[in-house]
Design a protein around this ligand. Structure first.
Ligand code: PLP
Length: 281
């Protein structure tokens, strides 16, 4: 396939410099955008979050987001991508290795590629299991940075336990999961960690909150404990392209009746009709 390197669509090859700050410091931001039926979903929301992540790290974007967006759309076309994801990252650039920012004027490096990915409808409908892991990340989890080692370690724990995700908790408080947000259902209402510095405010999370409002399901953006999680009626996770996955078991604790829940299913259906509406032109 083809890749985007700065503003050029080119054959995918190794063009990374050893002194790219993405390599040496994880000094950069990224986005993963879902592509459904050839159309990137919620592109503007992703671009807005990218801008915010960059701003919080005082990283100057190399181009206006409308140009970045246009280049990503070109990339999807060049690769004739129908179902899958766009991965894009912007690093603070290439410079002689020093922790502090490079000279002003150092060009940020943009890289993007696409990957075909078919939807895991079976997992979305029938769910999977999760493990618990201590949230050992820094205190700016709201920024989508390339620094993902705590997430990598947690997800590996999940995989080694045949689980789809690792749900993270800071002490007693459930924050999110290694690569997704977490919702619980109790007595017909949703609970999810507020969008503060302890979680990444997922684009899927925001859409779920909006759709739930339209469905008349109350959403409480407030913290809840590991105990609340284990005793919830339903639990699900949300992330780009994975969309919504019911969680049937956390460690050894069965959630609810151990099957994908009704409210989870309602929200999943609403999410599916959303992208069907947005992508069928
Ligand atoms: N939380 C973390 C830590 C993530 O890495 C992700 C992204 O995959 C999410 C939440 C979900 O965000 P989004 O719905 O924007 O993909």
């Amino acid at each position: 396939g083809k890749m985007l390197y700065n503003d050029q669509i080119m054959e995918r090859e190794s063009v990374m410099d050893i002194e790219d700050r993405a390599y040496q410091f994880g000094d950069g931001v990224y986005e993963v955008i879902g592509v459904y039926d050839g159309t990137p979903l919620m592109m503007d929301e992703h671009m807005e979050r990218l801008e915010r992540s960059a701003r919080e790290l005082r990283l100057d974007l190399p181009a206006p987001v409308k140009d970045i967006k246009a280049n990503l759309e070109k990339l999807v076309e060049a690769n004739e991508l129908e179902e899958g994801i766009i991965y894009m990252q912007i690093s603070r650039g290439i410079a002689s290795r020093e922790h502090a920012f490079p000279e002003p004027g150092t060009q940020a490096v943009t890289v993007a590629y696409t990957r075909e990915e078919t939807r895991q409808s079976d997992l979305e409908d029938n769910g999977g299991t999760a493990v618990l892991a201590e949230d050992i990340r820094w205190l700016r989890c709201d920024i989508k940075t390339l620094n993902l080692l705590p997430n990598v370690m947690a997800k590996q724990k999940a995989v080694e336990n045949d689980a789809v995700e690792a749900i993270l908790h800071r002490g007693n408080t459930v924050t999110e999961a290694s690569a997704s947000n977490v919702f619980i259902v109790k007595d017909g209402e949703l609970y999810t960690h507020p969008a503060d510095n302890y979680i990444l405010n997922g684009i899927t999370r925001r859409k779920i909150i909006q759709l739930s409002g339209e469905l008349g399901i109350k959403v409480n953006e407030q913290t809840y404990t590991v105990d609340d999680l284990l005793n919830a009626d339903e639990v699900f996770i949300s992330a780009t392209k994975q969309d919504i996955v019911p969680i049937l078991k956390v460690d050894d604790q069965t959630i609810g009746d151990g099957r994908a829940g009704k409210i989870t299913h309602k929200i999943l259906q609403a999410f599916r009709s959303l992208y069907q509406k947005e992508t069928h032109h």
